[in-house]
Write a protein that binds this ligand. Structure first.
Ligand SMILES: [Mn+2]
Length: 275
């Protein structure tokens, strides 16, 4: 997908306002979040998300959600007070005219077209390439790059199989909840393995960046926020998004392609953590 910022919009009188300080689409940053793990039992994170959507996210030319947005999504037919609030927040955001792109993680792979219609988000396949001011970024949830955990990859191919997903949706919701416990255990087992196993495989990640002609990889999943190079000798940059645990966080890429990881706290306290 190509994002074109250079397109200028013709504003007709009387709506034309002469002001040099009005930010244009060209100056607005891209904003990325992932691993919020939103769920009804963490209301403070839901509040932080709604606050973020009304403040920081508003500055974006586009918002990218790179998976594990929900701690678990039981299907687009599972509506409750919690899911309705999230849907309403996303709808409000996209109605304001900012595109919001959504990529699945291993916790919310059941998010589907009905959810997209309700919220106005656009679903993206994993991985995906975006071009921003002549720089190509490979974006992914990241779990497909964790090839050293063979057991997890086997489990992943089961739940990403569309036939299995259809079967899952035919089940009553209480059985889906029981199966979710199993999925949760698999995910925890993956997270608790040695770092070299549950991290992305750097060599494979470099190969993927070459394949898609990308200079930078942006991913979530590992919950270890960092901006570094995939290998000392490789010019390819890797950015891992922060998980929303004690606090939230996001990545911002400005019009000069400068990258900044920022933390988010309730009551609007925000600090830059890394460049
Ligand atoms: Mn994940």
């Amino acid at each position: 997908m190509l994002i074109i910022f250079e397109k200028t919009q013709k504003l007709k009188s009387p709506f034309f306002i002469k002001c040099d300080n009005i930010p244009t689409m060209k100056d607005k940053p891209l904003i990325f979040i992932s691993d919020l793990h939103l769920c009804p039992t963490r209301p403070e994170m839901t509040r932080l998300f709604t606050q973020f959507m009304q403040t920081e996210a508003r500055r974006a030319s586009a918002l990218y959600i790179l998976g594990d947005f929900f701690d678990f999504w039981f299907g687009d037919d599972d509506l409750n007070d919690f899911s309705r609030l999230i849907i309403q927040t996303l709808r409000h955001f996209t109605d304001n005219g900012t595109p919001c792109y959504f990529m699945h993680g291993n916790h919310d792979f059941m998010v589907n077209h009905r959810f997209a219609n309700m919220t106005g988000i656009q679903l993206l396949s994993d991985p995906h390439v975006i071009t921003h001011h002549d720089k190509r970024y490979l974006i992914s949830h990241g779990d497909y790059l964790c090839i050293d955990d063979i057991e997890y990859q086997r489990f992943r191919s089961t739940f990403t199989n569309p036939r299995n997903q259809k079967r899952f949706l035919l089940l009553p919701k209480w059985i889906r909840r029981v199966l979710r416990r199993y999925a949760g255990k698999q995910s925890k087992a993956h997270q608790s393995k040695a770092k070299y196993i549950n991290d992305i495989n750097h060599r494979f990640a470099i190969k993927e960046c070459h394949k898609y002609r990308a200079d930078t990889l942006i991913h979530g999943h590992t919950h270890q926020p960092i901006i570094d190079h995939l290998q000392k000798t490789s010019p390819i940059k890797r950015i891992t998004l922060p998980a929303w645990e004690e606090q939230g966080g996001y990545l911002e890429i400005n019009s000069n392609n400068e990258t900044l990881l920022k933390s988010l706290e309730l009551k609007q306290k925000m600090n830059a953590t890394s460049t």
